[in-house]
Design a protein around this ligand. Structure first.
Ligand code: SF4
Length: 273
């Protein structure tokens, strides 16, 4: 509700054009978004712009410390608007002991006079949509992924992974069905991976290992450096030792990181028939 109030105060047209590149109207050839669905996305965009631009501009070198600064500014802003509510929510052990005991395993506890408290600062960067059953939540969710992807591509927000959690298997099926529909016409396709396969599709984590460890120990990166197993026209190209094509683009276009580079205009003589 607090975020809704902040979003309502921001005129959508005041957001810079580079933040508005995503067409919010079209989901696929068959499906267009209703006004209320587009409004939900506009609110998300307004709040993201507010958080990653107005409060403290995001840049590629942003680290967690800078993000904490941003969170503090955001916290101060919403504390100014809803001081009473935030004070109440902050003192969790008084209101809901079981929840407090669970959360304290993950968040630092501070003491405030006789009360223990988990600071509301820890919870402020969560945005939620409440939408009625049958109102097209999945469509809004997938359009939001497209919107976030465009912002990440333009380095306007961090390039974090997106995790979808649902409590029912049929909802996963519904999401997959809508991803297929979306991908029929989308320029950049959505690829959904089972969380159990996460390690297979990620090369490593620079927060846990050094970059050189990842570079030399990861099997996928080792394969990518091996130009003799490149596929398609890259595999027969005389420039494959010095070029090799972009493995990221090959992966994005085909799901196979050893496939030929999809944007290269050069046709090696060996592949020209
Ligand atoms: S991207 Fe083009 S130039 Fe580079 S290896 Fe592949 S085919 Fe050759």
């Amino acid at each position: 509700m607090i975020y809704q109030g902040i979003a309502d105060e921001i005129e959508f047209n005041t957001i810079p054009k580079e933040w508005q590149k995503t067409n919010l109207n079209t989901f696929s050839k068959e499906i267009t978004l209703f006004d209320y669905q587009q409004d939900a996305l506009k609110n998300a965009l307004k709040l993201l712009h507010y958080y990653f631009n107005s409060l403290q501009k995001y840049d590629e070198k942003d680290d967690e410390l800078l993000n904490i600064e941003r969170k503090k500014k955001f916290f101060n802003e919403i504390w100014r608007i809803e001081r009473e509510l935030i004070d109440t929510l902050g003192i969790i052990n008084k209101k809901n002991k079981p929840l407090f005991n669970k959360l304290k395993q993950y968040y630092p506890v501070i003491k405030e006079r006789v009360h223990e408290k988990i600071h509301f600062l820890n919870f402020i960067n969560r945005m939620s949509f409440w939408m009625a059953t049958g109102s097209g939540k999945t469509i809004v969710l997938l359009k939001l992924i497209e919107l976030l992807d465009n912002l990440k591509q333009s380095d306007l927000i961090p390039g974090n992974d997106i995790l979808i959690l649902t409590h029912r298997e049929d909802l996963i099926c519904q999401i997959k069905k809508h991803i297929e529909e979306f991908n029929k016409t989308a320029e950049r396709k959505i690829k959904a991976w089972d969380l159990k396969k996460y390690d297979d599709v990620k090369c490593g984590n620079v927060l846990k290992q050094s970059l050189s460890d990842i570079w030399y120990s990861n099997k996928d990166l080792e394969r990518m450096r091996n130009s003799s197993i490149l596929e398609g026209k890259c595999g027969v190209c005389g420039y494959r030792e010095v070029c090799g094509g972009c493995r990221g683009r090959a992966y994005a276009a085909t799901g196979n990181y050893m496939a030929e580079e999809p944007f290269c205009a050069y046709i090696p003589p060996e592949a020209a028939h």
